[in-house]
Design a protein around this ligand. Structure first.
Ligand SMILES: [Fe+2]
Length: 188
């Protein structure tokens, strides 16, 4: 389950419905895909895509996405630092950034209006950051994430930088919703 923090207002949201409602006001789609499908989270990408094919097809129909893949990032990923540095500065894309988290965690900061919002995502979370939304992304301390990505046109998924340096004012720290809410359904 995601964890949303609004650092400048010292606010934190942990309830999935409250998170979805708040993010909707920021133009961000958030939902949980439950229950998880019975597929090995470290299995082949093709198995993951097959298991979630009905959800993927629905998203494609909804958002005009034409292709889906699975991205794996972990401490052994070649060129990890260079890859992370591309996305940890405030940027936008000419197409939506859509991620369904299979395993691991990550931290999106979005900057849709005057307020920066931190969205920590983990397994079971779907997030859609619409094209043109200012945002940046960091991994959490374990530096691992596996996610389904959907694309309208892969050529549009290039970071375009604001060069605002706003990203430097916010610590890329994950808190872990499952630790805050030990009885939640966060882990599987
Ligand atoms: Fe991005």
């Amino acid at each position: 389950m995601a964890l949303v923090t609004i650092p400048d207002q010292d606010e934190r949201l942990t309830d999935p419905e409250a998170i979805a409602a708040y993010l909707k006001t920021c133009g961000i789609d958030y939902e949980r895909w439950r229950p998880a499908h019975p597929v090995a989270i470290d299995g082949p990408a093709a198995d993951i895509l097959r298991a979630y094919s009905s959800e993927i097809d629905e998203l494609k129909a909804r958002g005009g996405y034409v292709t889906a893949d699975v991205i794996d990032v972990n401490p052994e990923t070649p060129g990890l630092e260079a890859m992370l540095s591309k996305f940890s500065r405030e940027h936008w894309h000419d197409e939506d950034e859509v991620r369904f988290i299979i395993s691991g965690r990550g931290l999106f900061h979005i900057h849709p209006k005057s307020t920066v919002v931190a969205i920590e995502v983990e397994a079971g979370d779907l997030i859609r950051v619409p094209r043109g939304t200012w945002h940046w992304f960091n991994l959490c301390a374990d530096r691992h994430i596996r996610a389904i990505r959907l694309f309208q046109d892969m050529s549009g998924w290039t970071p375009l930088y604001t060069d605002s340096n706003v990203d430097q004012r916010y610590l890329p720290v994950c808190f872990g919703a499952s630790h805050l809410q030990p009885n939640s359904d966060a882990a599987y």
